[in-house]
Design a protein around this ligand. Structure first.
Ligand code: CP
Ligand code: NVA
Length: 308
């Protein structure tokens, strides 16, 4: 069974194959109306369940539209409206959904929920974000970088802000695709040790630099994300804002990197918190290509999972 659970547990040749297919599918439908189905319909007859225990705009819409473009149909399910929210176990939910659908994408809290779902499902499971990771996002980010700048191998990526779930998946990608990664942020919000160790085990340079201006020296890509993730308590908001304010991505920070540096953000962004509007809407920003590429890369992930 081909589950798409995390970047560090999926073979890099498979990840590269997914990216190649995403680019091919994007190219093939350039200029087409969004609702037109692809020339090939490998998901014809397949049903995809999209389970959300947290809010979503991009993941929800891109998986739904993507499955339809491939000829499949979708069910968008909110965890709170399922029996899952009323005490049914994740294992039983996995067994039941597997009798009805061909593929399950889940956005949930703990990584253990994702693992339990995958262990008990008899259909492939895709990680649509957990508290610990967001692999679909980073596949789209790698695709977007390469679309604009060519191979990401050997590039320098700088993450400014909270060492959160998206940061962890970036570190996994650094190890898998061979690029250097510098984290700049407060020590109490450092990235998780596991993803740092994974990237270092693959021989890429991972640096922690508290001074954001020094961190971005030579950067090919600067990335940030919200200061308060969906799993963080609202009570942490003020403290996090104080700690993270020096790591806001500003035009000045962008100006200290390479002249052709790119800016990415998985979105949703909080303008004038983690990034200024000048950067979001500026010439280095590729945030909407990044959002669009979720569609193409996830179509390729669904095809990979179903081997179609
Ligand atoms: N980037 C991302 O996953 O966005 P959504 O939360 O809107 O799905
Ligand atoms: N780090 C954010 C990403 C949202 C797509 C969160 O988990 O809320």
């Amino acid at each position: 069974m081909r589950h798409f659970l995390d970047l560090h547990t999926t073979d890099v040749a498979e990840l590269r194959g997914i990216l190649d297919q995403a680019v091919a599918m994007k190219t093939a439908r350039a200029g087409w109306p969004k609702g037109r189905r692809d020339a090939e319909l490998p998901l014809d007859g397949h049903v995809v369940a999209l389970v959300f225990e947290k809010p979503s705009t991009r993941t929800r819409v891109s998986f739904d539209v993507g499955a339809r473009q491939l000829g499949g149909s979708t069910l968008v399910l909110s965890g709170g409206e399922m029996q899952l929210g009323h005490g049914e176990t994740i294992a039983d939910t996995a067994r039941v959904l597997s009798r009805f659908v061909d593929l399950i994408m889940i956005r949930t809290f703990e990584e253990a929920t994702l693992t339990e779902l995958a262990e008990n499902a008899s259909v492939p499971v895709i990680n649509g974000l957990t508290d610990a990771s967001h692999p679909c996002q980073i596949m789209a980010d790698v695709m977007t970088f390469e679309e604009h700048r060519g191979p990401i191998r050997g590039a320098k990526v700088v993450w400014s802000g909270d060492g959160n779930n998206v940061c962890s998946s970036f570190l996994h990608a650094a190890g898998q695709f061979g690029f250097d990664f510098t984290f700049t942020g407060p020590a109490s919000l450092d990235p998780a040790p596991g993803p740092v160790a994974f990237a270092r085990s693959k021989g890429v340079k991972v640096e922690i630099e508290r001074d954001p201006m020094k961190a971005v020296d030579g950067a090919d890509l600067i990335v940030t994300d919200t200061w308060l993730s969906m799993h963080d308590p609202q009570s942490a908001r003020e403290r996090r804002h104080t700690l993270l304010r020096p790591y806001q991505v500003t035009a000045k920070l962008m100006g200290a990197a390479k002249p052709d540096v790119l800016f990415m953000h998985c979105l949703p962004a909080h303008r004038s918190e983690e990034v200024t509007s000048r950067v979001m809407d500026g010439p280095h920003s590729v945030i909407f290509d990044e959002a669009e590429n979720r569609l193409h890369v996830q179509k390729a992930i669904m095809r990979w999972c179903l081997e179609v």
